[in-house]
Design a protein around this ligand. Structure first.
Ligand SMILES: NC(=O)c1ccc[n+]([C@@H]2O[C@H](COP(=O)([O-])OP(=O)(O)OC[C@H]3O[C@@H](n4cnc5c(N)ncnc54)[C@H](O)[C@@H]3O)[C@@H](O)[C@H]2O)c1
Ligand SMILES: O=C(O)C[C@H](O)C(=O)O
Length: 329
């Protein structure tokens, strides 16, 4: 006789995952879909876009992995695209041009993401939802409000993807300290825009030993990493390849958790009671139901504490914008 616990562990080990990428024909969507096609935890990869995505699916379907690829196009096929998904990654929406802030994308992207959220609520209510679309700081609270309206909001399952801030912090600190970025670990908490991005360099491993001037320059570069790419692309969009790398890393951690395997701790922007604002990124552990543990604030020194005060003000405003949008629609 197999006991209940052993049986459920075996079931978990055998689980196959259906991952849907919304915005799959886009700058992030395409390379992210390629990385998911190469992920051993994925069995079915579903691509959705308002633009023609059948070509991307045909192309990916020739990649020699066991992942089965499907595609759906347009608003009328959104429901089919998300149906029974275990994980939906939303990359649909408009990207910044030089001189724009992420907040300026809110109106148009809120409409795009709310369409996806309504479909998920109806057809994939147990899915984990990872939102890449900007402005993450406002879009995630908005998405939560739409889910609350359907009585389907589960704070363990909704994520704003901030992994690119971690990836940048690891890269810039690694380069500076002459260490392989893959060996650098540094929490980046708060949100995903300017001052709300808080790299906690006091907790960096290996230890950062340089002076305050160097530390402040690194913090600024991490906070403004997005602008660096937007400027260099000269009007042709924002970070896509590094973001695909980052969101695939985050998705892999979520899938490992779903599978009941040990998943790496990642920071993400989630519903939170860690600070006085209701959404905040901190280090998280994942399990079969999404967030298993929120590790809360890492220790902060005085400089980081001052940064936190500033970040909270910016976040509060964005959270209100997101909630107000959902309440009026
Ligand atoms: N969280 C982060 O760290 C991060 C990093 C980089 C970019 N972003 C954001 O990700 C978003 C996408 O960036 P991108 O460079 O891939 O843009 P993109 O314009 O290259 O691609 C967006 C895709 O979304 C599709 N789309 C638009 N409306 C849709 C809808 N209603 N349903 C389905 N698909 C729809 C478009 O057809 C397009 O293919 C932007 O909002 C950008 O600011 C976030
Ligand atoms: O900067 C942007 O607009 C895209 C993204 O949020 C980034 O950080 O690269």
């Amino acid at each position: 006789m197999i006991c209940g616990k052993l049986w459920s562990t075996m079931q978990q080990q055998l689980r196959h995952f259906r991952v849907t990428v919304i915005g799959a024909a886009g700058g992030i969507g395409q390379p992210l879909s390629l990385l998911m096609k190469n992920n051993k935890l994925v069995t079915e990869l579903v691509l959705h876009d308002v633009a023609n995505v059948a070509g991307v699916a045909a192309d990916l379907s020739h990649v020699a992995t066991k992942v089965h690829v499907k595609s759906y196009t347009g608003a009328s096929q959104m429901n089919d695209a998300v149906k029974c998904a275990d994980l939906v990654i939303i990359t649909a929406g408009v990207a910044r041009k030089p001189g724009m802030t992420r907040e300026q994308l809110f109106e148009v992207n809120a409409n795009v993401v709310s369409g996806a959220i309504k479909a998920i609520a109806e057809h994939a209510s147990y899915a984990l939802i990872a939102i890449v679309t900007n402005p993450v700081n406002a879009i995630v609270p908005m998405a939560a409000e739409f889910l609350k309206k359907e009585d389907l909001f589960d704070p363990r399952r909704l994520f704003g993807v901030t992994t690119l801030d971690l990836v940048r912090a690891e890269t810039f600190l690694g380069d500076f300290m002459n260490v392989d970025p893959r060996k650098v670990s540094v929490p980046v908490i708060g949100g995903h825009a300017g001052d709300t991005i808080l790299p906690i360099i006091s907790q960096c491993k290996p230890k950062f030993n340089d002076d305050q001037e160097c530390r402040e320059a690194l913090v600024k570069r991490i906070q403004m990493g997005g602008d660096e790419v937007v400027k260099a692309k000269e009007g042709k969009g924002s970070a896509t390849l590094s973001m695909a790398f980052a969101s695939a890393r985050f998705a892999n951690a979520l899938l490992l958790g779903l599978k009941g395997r040990k998943a790496p701790i990642e920071c993400a922007y989630v519903y939170s009671d860690v600070t006085e604002v209701s959404y905040f990124a901190t280090p998280l552990s994942f399990g079969p139901r999404g967030i298993e543990k929120n590790h809360g604030l890492p220790p902060l020194d005085d400089y980081e504490q001052a940064g936190l005060e500033k970040a909270l003000k910016g976040l509060q405003q964005s959270i209100e914008n997101g909630i107000n949008f959902a309440q009026c629609h």
